[in-house]
Design a protein around this ligand. Sequence first.
Ligand SMILES: NC(=O)c1ccc[n+]([C@@H]2O[C@H](COP(=O)([O-])OP(=O)(O)OC[C@H]3O[C@@H](n4cnc5c(N)ncnc54)[C@H](O)[C@@H]3O)[C@@H](O)[C@H]2O)c1
Length: 339
Amino acid sequence: MESTIAYEEMRQLATRVFMRHGVPADEANITSEVLVEANARGHDSHGVIRIPKWIEGISSGAIKSRFLPRALNDCSSAIWLDGGQCLGPVVAEYACHLAVRQARDYGIAMVSVKNASHIGMLGFYAELMARSGCIGIIATNTESGVAPHGSAEKVFGTNPLAIGCPTLSGPVFLDMSTSVVARGKVVLAQRAGAAIPEGWAVDSRGQPTTDPNQALAGALLPVGGPKGSGLSFFVDILCGALSGTAVGKDVRGTFDMRQSGSKGDIFIAIDPEKIGGIDRFTGLAQHLVDQVRQSTPAVGCDRVLVPGEYEMNFRKQRMENGIPLASDLISELKALAGE
Ligand SMILES: NC(=O)c1ccc[n+]([C@@H]2O[C@H](COP(=O)([O-])OP(=O)(O)OC[C@H]3O[C@@H](n4cnc5c(N)ncnc54)[C@H](O)[C@@H]3O)[C@@H](O)[C@H]2O)c1
């Protein structure tokens, strides 16, 4: 059975769950915002459904709170940050602000993070950097679940990537797994006892499957064949290899949260003010937005959307009508909050 819950009510409930498990109010707030925003934007696989697993991680000690930033190098524009196994959204939000602050001085700044837990929906951070006037690029590597192009075996994670920038009419942002879909969407189908569309996954022999159980035992497919496979490869390089954590099959702590995270994240901020000025940049970015929106829709398509518009349309509708959630999930979250 499904119920609907208002955004703010969900956010407060999520915050209370984290606080009841020892997370300080500021960190509980940041974490719940990233998760509830995912629900608001239609990425339910990265929303509050994650909370019970994250609480398992907190209770087991694999995920810590009270993040104390610690740089592992001495470089102002290429910062190597230890996340201290703390809550991913807290570390990620800090890394975004740091990258933006340093980009104001150097034009570009990069924060490579090791030892942070799962950071949730990446588009949140791309939008945050875009709202600060920067181009933001974020990626993270995850536990393996995706077969490289031509392989029957999972090696890569769903290794998502987000890119955002300001325009005259607000931020635009791409937010995508480098697999056909996020693994969480297959888990949602498994929970619902539903089939997944053809083309998402193969079973453990490398045969196409629409059964979510076989897909999880087998492998998801990279988006766009060799191109997504190549992107996924380099997300592993930019995140796992650069941060000095783990790559491919060695990545841990994004499915089973009772294991400490051994993945990496990258946050890159570019300040257009340093390269010809923000006004010129946002003017041209807006020009591209207008060209895309005004292009002739293909047959069967009502409107042509720019990156992130899909999510923002969802958000508008869910802010008005509430967030649909499985009733048993709401009960589980209330129980975790001790209510
Ligand atoms: N932190 C992690 O470890 C992790 C891992 C994997 C995925 N994720 C998150 O999972 C979420 C879902 O990822 P996904 O790959 O399934 O996303 P998706 O396939 O739903 O969307 C990908 C992109 O396509 C755009 N889009 C979707 N429909 C569109 C349309 N009709 N017209 C124009 N653009 C459209 C969206 O705006 C988005 O930018 C993302 O928020 C991602 O960050 C996180």
